[in-house]
Design a protein around this ligand. Structure first.
Ligand code: HPA
Ligand code: ZN
Length: 380
């Protein structure tokens, strides 16, 4: 089978974990010692930013999973957080990742569970100076387990209003349909979501990248457009036909953003089109429990290249519960070191996160001003 996440990277050094650690260490030293150009982790953490690619279900960490299993009296093959962590080592490509993702999310049963998982995630993001969140959730992965759509929506919506009130964040939800399920099943959920539409920002596509994606979702995306919803889609990294899939999402689905979208860089015409149409690219330079040497560096360098090309790229957390508990600011700091980002580069990442977010322009203006004030009050 294709090893989709075991990506080639330029330079043998990145294939050698020892040498790669040495380069990262040298990078940290450099980024700290060059007078005038210093980018400290503190600066990165403190920057106000938006999180645009995080999955409710992928935010469940091993401790949270154990707590939910106990609270719901569920049977689980994993009795301790340590056993869960061992299981998460199984996720080494998109298919095995989805296997563990499904196991983790099966711990959520009640409205309270959905509320608690979402709220814990918002608290993590708040601690990383995220001021605006657009969070994915996967309704089909719950309704097919017998959980009513209303249970999911009531739980996550009460978490949203609590976090907005108590933490001062702004929050929206993106309903993700599974790429490996039928268009009919997606349409059923889309129609059932109508009572909640004022509280849903947009739709997306995730899960295994197969079976007719993206063509089969043309009708769903057209309908979502009629309903006034924003539109995005995952195009995971180095999948079979990644470039064709990105073209399809742009031409057939009318997406405003691509989630991941690293393979845009493989096609000069795609680069031009994505730039001209101001398509947002939500890249996730995450670390798996089974670390794949070179994977983070490959994504970090792609981010740097996108920044240099003037593309609207952002750094995002994706599935922090399954990916070592790392959130957006942790990942930005790693990318800064791995790709030697300048201070202007890291500020551009935060600026892009507001530019491509689906907030009203009046709020966008406030968020951008907050970022400008932060930068001005942290002289180089
Ligand atoms: N890709 C595809 N499906 C997913 C992802 C992802 O990044 N995260 C959760 N489900
Ligand atoms: Zn994702």
């Amino acid at each position: 089978m294709l090893e989709p996440w075991h990506v080639p990277c330029s330079g043998d050094a990145m294939r050698d974990p020892a040498l790669s650690s040495l380069l990262i260490f040298a990078g940290v030293a450099l980024s700290r010692c060059c007078a005038g150009a210093a980018v400290t982790p503190e600066f990165i953490y403190g920057m106000p930013k938006a999180e645009l690619h995080i999955h409710l279900e992928g935010s469940i960490d091993p401790e949270e999973y154990i707590g939910l299993v106990a609270r719901n009296n569920l049977q689980s093959a994993y009795g301790t957080a340590e056993a869960v962590r061992l299981r998460l080592r199984h996720a080494t490509n998109l298919d095995t990742f989805i296997e563990v993702y499904q196991e983790m999310l099966a711990s959520m049963r009640t409205e309270r569970d959905f509320h608690d998982v979402a709220l814990a995630c918002f608290e993590h993001l708040h601690a990383q100076h995220v001021v605006h969140v657009e969070m994915f959730f996967d309704p089909q992965m719950h309704t097919t387990r017998g959980i009513p759509f209303s249970t999911v929506m009531e739980g996550i919506d009460s978490a949203r209003s609590e976090a907005e009130g108590r933490l001062g964040m702004t929050i929206g939800y993106i309903m993700c349909f599974n790429r490996n399920r039928t268009a009919a099943s997606a349409m059923e959920i889309l129609e059932a979501s109508k009572p909640w539409l004022p509280r849903i920002l947009g739709i997306g596509l995730d899960n295994n990248e197969e079976a007719g994606f993206p063509e089969k979702f043309k009708g769903i995306f057209a309908r979502a457009g009629q309903l006034g919803l924003h539109r995005t889609a995952h195009c995971d990294v180095n999948q079979a036909h990644s470039v064709d899939h990105i073209w399809g999402c742009l031409q057939l689905l009318g997406v405003e953003r691509i989630d991941h979208g690293v393979n845009v860089l493989d096609d000069p015409r795609l680069i031009e089109t994505v730039k001209a149409r101001r398509i947002g690219l939500t890249v996730c330079p995450t670390l798996l429990y089974t670390e794949i040497p070179g994977r983070l560096e490959f994504r970090a360098k792609a981010i740097k290249r996108m920044l240099d090309l003037g593309l609207l790229v952002t750094v995002n957390s994706d599935d922090p519960g399954i990916m070592r508990g790392l959130y957006v600011s942790d990942l930005m700091a790693k990318v800064q070191v791995a790709a030697q980002l300048s201070r202007d580069d890291v500020v551009a990442l935060a600026r892009n996160s507001f530019l491509i977010s689906w907030i009203p322009d009046s709020e966008r203006k406030l968020d951008l001003r907050m970022l400008d004030d932060y930068v001005a009050s942290h002289p180089q």
